[in-house]
Design a protein. Structure first.
Length: 327
């Protein structure tokens, strides 16, 4: 089969190659999926660039997310799954081969039925962003009639968080950094869109919530935003952080202020979340998809042969939205 791979970590243009590799076969409790679209995440970039770990395998076919059709099933998997349209998550986590190939083998639970009304492009945009957003939002209960602040509402996870929060019945405020991002956040359904650079985010949020603040915060840059968060968080509120600028980044928390808020600091690294939790999250995501409420922005579509361009685009934030590879 045709695949993209790298044998050493480094610059995308130096290490990513396209070639023929052996087609895998599913083992017990696994399925073989023909990939139509593969999605790129920042974690795929970090794995290639040795952000926090060296090469765990001699050769890596990258990418955790994707969408396609089940073409073969292993032992203990029902034959009824054959020809099922699916979206995948964590395809390459703990394994050498991900979705940047014509075929991939994954555990059957990580191949989630893709609703008939949903395209492969949307399916390949789910995975890590949607699961991360869901974990940040729903770990502490139902969101109906709750108030949610999402930092970076035009980002891939930020978009997923807005879409899921609105589907669940929340009031959503989000921060952005320019007019283009603001327009995207409004299309995503945010009730209030604020310029993060204006310097009065917390005051505006308090004014728009009768000085009650927000119940949940989804944060892409906790170290930068902690003061804002504590200034507009309701009593007993939750701050969920899912990203870091470096593998050694640390943060100092003003304990008394945090105690007075009675706040919860939740740190989300989706790869370590228990599988049963992720399966339940995937069911919620599918329910959202089936209502037509989940429409992520696709920033760039490229063929497999242009995978280095795609990685460069994600690594240097050249587009807004999900970057997809069509196999």
């Amino acid at each position: 089969m045709k695949a993209a791979y790298y044998d050493t970590q480094g610059n995308a243009y130096d290490v990513l190659k396209i070639g023929e590799v052996s087609k895998p076969s599913p083992g017990p409790n696994e399925v073989l999926v023909r990939i139509y679209v593969s999605g790129i995440n920042p974690s795929d970039i970090k794995a290639r660039t040795a952000f926090s770990a060296s090469m765990p395998y001699a050769r890596i076919i990258p990418h955790q997310d994707g969408a396609g059709v089940i073409e073969a099933v292993g032992e203990n998997v029902s034959s009824e799954r054959l020809n099922e349209r699916v979206w995948l998550y964590e395809a390459q986590y703990g394994r050498a081969s991900g979705t940047a190939a014509e075929f991939v083998v994954v555990p059957t639970s990580q191949a989630v039925r893709l609703p008939d009304n949903v395209s492969f492009e949307t399916g390949a945009s789910l995975g890590i962003p949607a699961l991360t957003a869901h974990r940040c939002l729903f770990s502490d209960g139902d969101l109906k009639d709750r108030r949610v602040l999402i930092h970076g509402g035009a980002g891939v996870v930020g978009t997923a968080a807005i879409l899921l929060a609105k589907w669940a019945g929340a009031w959503v405020v989000t921060t952005v950094r320019n007019a283009q991002q603001a327009a995207i956040a409004k299309i995503n359904g945010a009730d209030l869109v604020l310029d993060h650079t204006a310097g009065d985010v917390a005051n505006i949020i308090m004014a728009n919530t009768d000085n009650q603040g927000v119940h949940h915060i989804v944060d892409v840059a906790l170290k930068e935003n902690l003061d804002i968060n504590l200034a507009c968080l309701s009593q007993g509120g939750v701050i969920s952080s899912y990203a870091t600028s470096s593998a050694t980044e640390t943060i100092s928390v003003p304990l008394l202020k945090a105690m007075m808020h009675g706040c919860v600091l939740r740190f989300v690294y989706i790869y370590k979340v228990p599988m049963d939790v992720k399966k339940a999250s995937a069911e919620d995501i599918n329910s959202c998809l089936e209502t037509g409420s989940y429409a992520p922005l696709i920033g760039l579509n490229l063929p497999l042969e242009k995978i280095a361009d795609a990685h460069y685009t994600v690594e240097h934030a050249k587009v807004i939205g999900k970057v997809l590879i069509h196999i």
